[in-house]
Design a protein around this ligand. Structure first.
Ligand SMILES: NC(=O)c1ccc[n+]([C@@H]2O[C@H](COP(=O)([O-])OP(=O)(O)OC[C@H]3O[C@@H](n4cnc5c(N)ncnc54)[C@H](O)[C@@H]3O)[C@@H](O)[C@H]2O)c1
Ligand SMILES: N[C@H](CO)Cc1c[nH]c[nH+]1
Ligand SMILES: [Zn+2]
Length: 424
């Protein structure tokens, strides 16, 4: 049963209670896998596919025939859904595109900033306990909008050695360049260091379980990563006017992702808290993924009762959840008070699942409290900024004494000389 707490009894660290560092044994397993993939490449990937996914692989790369076959056999209704969702996601992400800028308001000086897409992006699509065609759209479309030329996708194969056709149909819809059948920490290692078949990329994006999230953290520096997007989280901020059945259903929508997923209710109503606790017990056994949801609710779930809405908002900002549902009378008045959350769902009528599939904002989001400093995946993740500087001879001559003086005060004579030499 989900545990009930009172806000005033909890210390801030007990309220958050999510650590981005995995348990020691996960750290060790991931270190071993990364070292092995670096040493043995494709051979290691095939062994891990058999060990973790039960898949005997002949080819690691998905063939064009496999993609075409998946697309040809996909039902028309789902293809239309994919296209409509893709259009919503593209429209939202087009708004994120930044413009280059140039400043030339001082004589003889041009300054500016330009954006360049990264060349090769690696997209991880989870596939261990569920297929995520929605994640294909969420991770690939911003890369396309940014202008990335090569998008390499990896996802674990099923026991038959194949990728779920819904994933391939989504990849074809979104415009992936190449797809590889590998998952977990080994996929992240392959994208970071390259293997015989898989090219090393510049940046790895995408969510995954604790092994994937830990591996991304470990290869950061060799490649870029988007964020720590680990096991899913939902925080429902609800007042006494909410229907407990709806609140429980929304909590379970994320609990069913992973045993480590975190469903949390924060409320100023002790009555709602009790009703949701009871309602979860009714709804969990009805779910096909009841065992996962049960573990998530019992081990990582919480209900926190607060004396008023102000305290409830404070709890939300401490937890910094991946998803925050604001189920109160006037959700827009709460929006300004929310400082830490990946994605915010406004109003009692807006279930988190709307954002997972369809509305347009990205569903790859920071977890484990990292929304304090990370943002949803977006076009920014696939571009780099370069600044540029141009001075005429006359403009530099005017600034030269100050630059030289500045450099000498840092004890860096060669810096000073590289300026003054031009005027000797
Ligand atoms: N934060 C987000 O934006 C977001 C979005 C979608 C999904 N998710 C999360 O993605 C995750 C998907 O998890 P999943 O497991 O279904 O798929 P996954 O693809 O992330 O992980 C499956 C892989 O994990 C590896 N693995 C499993 N057990 C292992 C072990 N004992 N040792 C070493 N490696 C092991 C295997 O290689 C396997 O292929 C969930 O946690 C879900 O909540 C997060
Ligand atoms: N809620 C997940 C992010 O935590 C995304 C997702 C994909 N499919 C269903 N849900
Ligand atoms: Zn979800």
């Amino acid at each position: 049963m989900i545990k009930l707490y009172h806000f005033d009894e909890l210390k801030p660290e007990e309220i958050l209670n999510r650590d981005i560092r995995a348990e020691k044994n996960v750290e060790d397993v991931v270190d071993g896998i990364i070292a092995d993939v670096r040493a043995r490449g494709d051979e290691a990937l095939k062994e891990y596919a058999l060990k973790f996914d039960g898949a005997k692989l002949d080819n690691i790369q998905v063939t064009q025939e496999e993609i075409e076959e998946a697309f040809a056999n996909m039902d028309g209704y789902f293809l239309e859904t994919l296209r409509e969702a893709a259009a919503n996601i593209e429209a939202f992400h087009r708004q994120q595109v930044h413009k280059n800028f140039v400043m030339n308001d001082k004589p003889g000086i041009v300054l500016g900033q330009k954006y360049t897409p990264i060349e090769k992006a690696g997209v991880y699509v989870p596939g261990g306990t569920a297929a995520y065609p929605s994640t294909v759209l969420m991770d690939v479309i911003p890369a396309k909008v940014a202008g990335v030329s090569e998008i390499v996708m990896t996802t674990p194969a099923g026991k038959d050695g194949k990728i779920d056709p819904v994933i391939l149909a989504a990849a074809a819809t979104a415009g992936v360049t190449r797809i590889f059948k590998t998952g977990g920490a080994q996929a992240v290692a392959a994208l970071a260091y390259g293997t015989q078949s898989i090219p090393a990329v510049d940046k790895i994006v995408g969510p995954g379980n604790i092994y994937v999230a830990t591996a991304k953290r470990k290869v950061f520096g060799k490649v870029g990563i988007d964020m720590i997007a680990g096991p899913s989280e939902i925080l429902v901020l609800a007042d006494g006017g909410c229907d407990p059945a709806w609140v429980a259903a929304d909590l379970l929508s994320q609990a069913e992702h992973d045993r480590l997923a975190s469903p949390v209710l924060v409320t100023d109503s002790a009555e709602l808290a009790k009703a949701v606790q009871a309602e979860l017990e009714v709804q969990i056994p009805q779910l096909p993924r009841a065992a996962i949801a049960r573990a998530s609710v019992d081990d990582n779930g919480k209900i926190i009762v607060c004396s008023d809405l102000r305290k409830a908002i404070e709890a939300c900002n401490i937890i910094a959840p991946e998803h925050l549902e604001v189920c109160v009378d006037d959700p827009f008045s709460v929006l300004n008070e929310i400082k830490n959350a990946g994605s915010i769902f406004l109003g009692r009528n807006v279930p988190e699942a709307l954002g997972d599939y369809f509305a347009g904002p990205n569903h790859t989001l920071p977890t484990s409290g990292t929304a304090r400093f990370s943002s949803p995946l977006g076009v920014d993740d696939f571009v780099k900024k370069s600044s540029f500087i141009y001075y005429t001879r006359e403009a530099l001559e005017k600034a030269a004494p100050r630059i030289a003086d500045f450099a000498e005060r840092e004890g860096l004579h060669a810096h000073a000389r590289s300026v003054t030499i031009r005027y000797e």
